[in-house]
Design a protein around this ligand. Structure first.
Ligand code: UD1
Ligand code: CA
Length: 472
């Protein structure tokens, strides 16, 4: 591991990281700004910010935003970084022109692209260290790609030299230059004085009529400044998500890295390429994840669980030894150890399932607490309810929580037995140990240890059929 430059950034030389994120992303053909497209379950820009924040403190990280700036800012505001507004997007060079004032106090400026989310802190540090030790005006992070098409090419002074003459964009490259496989990653380190001392020399005489930051390489070389290039640890780290196909490729790489990381920690994942697991998900050892499972957002799953196929679990916390049978959908739910879910349970926000409890087929829950060892095994809707321990909720039970205007609460105390097909009209309390007869519509509180029957008594009319058919 290279030593961190975090310490030195506090003294001199002070290092800022500026992330270019103002572009529209025309090639995506999308209403959503490019840097907010998601890979690994998070916006492109959020990944780049996370890597940057491992290298310098958040107040030394700046995102240069422009297209849909309010939306971009809101999406990543929680990181606590600074923002620089580039109102018209006139190219990567222009993005840095508008950043001049905000970055005036720094000695070194590391520039990252908001659309290249595989970048690691390690590589950013390597770039910074190479830059400092080479006393360069500009250091380009490069990579050698099998297929360099579309990227700017790095033209070195000679093959063995660290020094660079220029970066040539694909569109202006000659046939010979296009054969060069060393590409410009779009990540750079600059000596601030050299950067802003020469940035006004950039011109827009190119295919897009934009200010290219890449042209600064030749501008600085002409001014007799030192421009060098250093290769990334892993060439895939520089991949950018400019098209939907590139986004899919980056997403797959991230998902693979995530499942590899989890498997290394002792999680079994069958057919990992069929599972979609977001980067922030945590899963304990000896948990088994079956094919075609999605585990998303900030979900945490304990040890020794089994998550069966076709389950989608988002922002939820699951204790040890839980079984989610096929087809469960969980969102913002909490499930305690040893509980059994599904098949086909739907746990909506605020559902808390206690230790050893069972929630079965076609049971929908929302904002409820189901106590220890309680069971709701079939075909129920349980919403806005507090259900105690050892309760049995019969098949088809419904808590009627909504009166058309307001939501009301149902309280079912410990040890209650609710017979099948009962409707419990809230607000309502069913006292400890009581029974509700099957098929009841319960509208009034039930005291402890009683039986509530809320249906009309069955009438049997013997011989009724013969009567009906008389005279046929
Ligand atoms: C850029 C480089 C290219 C390099 C490639 C690596 C230039 C001219 N070319 O091309 O050499 O190989 O990255 O991925 O820089 N942005 C702004 N403001 C603008 C324009 C762009 O903030 O006015 C942002 C974009 O949102 C994006 C980043 O800068 O995050 C890079 O811009 P993009 O248009 O994707 O550049 P590339 O064509 O990929
Ligand atoms: Ca790009």
């Amino acid at each position: 591991m290279p030593k961190s430059i975090r310490v030195s950034s506090r003294v001199t030389p002070r290092v800022a990281i500026a992330i270019m994120a103002a572009g529209k992303g025309t090639r995506l053909k999308s209403k959503l700004p490019k840097v907010l497209h998601e890979v690994g379950g998070k916006p492109l820009l959020a990944h780049v910010i996370a890597a940057a924040m491992k290298v310098v403190p958040p107040n030394d990280v700046y995102a240069i935003i422009g297209h849909e700036s309010a939306r971009v800012r809101e999406a990543v505001a929680s990181a606590g970084i600074g923002f620089i507004l580039q109102e018209d997007q006139r190219g990567t060079g222009h993005a840095l022109m508008v950043a001049q004032e905000a970055l005036a106090d720094y000695e070194t400026i590391i520039v990252l692209s908001g659309d290249a989310p595989l970048i690691t802190a390690q590589t950013i540090e390597k770039l910074g260290e190479f830059h400092t030790s080479n006393k360069a005006a500009m250091t380009i992070l490069s990579a050698c790609l099998e297929n360099p098409t579309g990227y700017g090419r790095v033209i070195r002074k000679s093959k063995s030299s660290a020094e660079v003459k220029a970066i040539v964009e694909e569109k202006s490259a000659t046939m010979a230059q296009r054969k060069i496989r060393e590409i410009n990653s779009g990540f750079y380190a600059f000596d601030r004085k050299s950067l802003f001392g020469h940035i006004n020399q950039l011109k827009t005489d190119n295919a897009h009529r934009e200010y290219y930051l890449t042209d600064l390489a030749s501008v600085l070389v002409k001014a007799k400044k030192r421009v060098v290039a250093v290769e990334a640890y892993d060439s895939s780290e520089i991949l950018g998500g400019n098209t939907r196909a590139e986004l899919a490729d980056i997403d797959l790489r991230m998902r693979r890295a995530k499942t590899q990381e989890l498997m290394a920690q002792g999680v079994t994942i069958f057919y990992p390429d069929t599972c979609v697991i977001d980067s922030d998900v945590e899963i304990g050892a000896d948990t088994i994840v079956e094919p075609f499972v999605q585990i998303l957002g900030k979900t945490r799953i304990g040890t020794d669980c089994r998550i069966r196929s076709y389950s989608v679990i988002e922002d939820s916390t699951i204790g040890d030894g839980v079984v989610a049978r096929p087809g469960c959908i969980l969102h913002d739910a909490k499930v305690e150890r040893g509980a059994v879910l599904g098949p086909y349970s739907h746990l909506r926000p605020g559902s808390e399932i206690g230790e050893g409890a069972h929630v079965g087929n076609f049971v929908e829950t929302k904002k409820i607490r189901l106590g220890k060892r309680s069971k709701a095994n079939h075909l129920s809707y349980l919403g806005d309810a507090e259900i105690g321990e050892g309760v049995n909720i019969g098949a088809g039970t419904i808590t009627c929580n909504f009166d058309g205007e307001k939501k009301h609460k149902t309280i079912i105390e410990d040890g209650v037995f609710v017979g099948s097909d009962s409707t419990l009209v809230a607000p309502l309390t069913v006292g400890k140990g009581s029974y509700v007869a099957a098929g009841s519509c319960v509208t009034d509180d039930v005291p402890a240890d009683s039986l509530a029957i809320g249906r009309s008594r069955q009438i049997v009319k013997e011989g009724w059929v013969q009567q009906k058919h008389k005279g046929r």
